[in-house]
Design a protein around this ligand. Structure first.
Ligand SMILES: Nc1ncnc2c1ncn2[C@@H]1O[C@H](COP(=O)(O)OP(=O)(O)OP(=O)(O)O)[C@@H](O)[C@H]1O
Ligand SMILES: [Mg+2]
Length: 223
């Protein structure tokens, strides 16, 4: 489903260029649950942003189901992000002035969910990640870090994306809740054939995925 070829990303900064990714090539099949590990600064978030068409590679290509992301028009890229991909950001990126419920409802709206039943569907998704009736009415600032993280996960899975890109989806969770979220993602990959690429620092979790890529200084060291 995903083929990355010779992907390179350079950032230009006044203090000099940073080569965040160099010559990355990898393949992920549909329905695979893949983990990415590597030290801070090794390029994990940069790689996810490229895969999610949130940023443009310096060189190289990314094909999703045979379509080169660079060849999509900006309208097609927007639709790719809204419908094909569920993104869990490292910093969650929830909309601060909307409640948890409204954050998920908005994602459903972008994904083309009809307005009837949107509220109920958002509530169902939030309950699936373990939030209660009262918590789902709160704005992000009034939820704990782990609760916000779970809202971000509910939002990412809302439109049944073919591909979930998750930047440390269990990073802020205690091990029991983290395991539950991992199980939920695992179930999705098996029952809906959802492809999942998750950055993690948790080697226990990485060990349970189908495949692990290790990044070091912008290069893949294991396959
Ligand atoms: N917008 C940017 N401009 C300049 N340099 C950047 C930018 N974004 C990332 N970098 C640099 O690129 C490298 C890779 O960053 P990235 O965020 O991908 O690391 P990471 O593996 O996700 O780290 P962490 O585990 O801390 O989240 C780092 O050296 C970082 O400083
Ligand atoms: Mg990161």
């Amino acid at each position: 489903m995903l083929a990355v070829k010779k992907l390179t990303k350079k950032f230009s900064a006044p203090s000099g260029d940073v080569q965040a990714l160099s010559d990355i090539s990898l393949k992920v099949e549909s329905g695979q649950f893949v983990s990415i590990i590597g030290k801070s600064g090794s390029g994990k978030s940069t790689l996810l942003s490229m895969l999610g068409a949130l940023d443009i590679p310096t060189s190289g290509s990314i094909e999703v189901d045979g379509v080169d992301l660079a060849k999509l028009s900006s309208k097609q890229q927007t639709s790719y992000r809204a419908k094909t991909i569920g993104f869990v950001f490292q910093q969650y990126n929830l909309i601060p002035n909307l409640s948890a419920l409204e954050n998920v409802m908005l994602a459903l709206e972008f994904g083309g969910h009809k307005s009837a039943g949107r509220r109920e569907e958002a509530a169902r998704l939030l309950k699936q990640v373990g939030l209660d009736d009262q918590q789902i009415q709160r704005k992000p600032a009034r939820l704990s870090g782990g609760q916000q993280q779970r809202v971000a996960i509910a939002r990412a899975i809302a439109n049944n994306p073919a591909l979930i890109l998750a930047d440390e989806p269990t990073g802020n969770l205690d091990s029991e809740t983290g395991q539950k979220i991992f199980d939920l993602l695992h179930k999705l990959s098996r029952s809906q054939n959802t492809t999942i690429i998750a950055v993690t620092h948790d080697l226990d979790i990485a060990g349970k995925t189908d495949k692990t890529f290790t990044l070091k200084d912008g290069k893949i060291t294991t396959k």
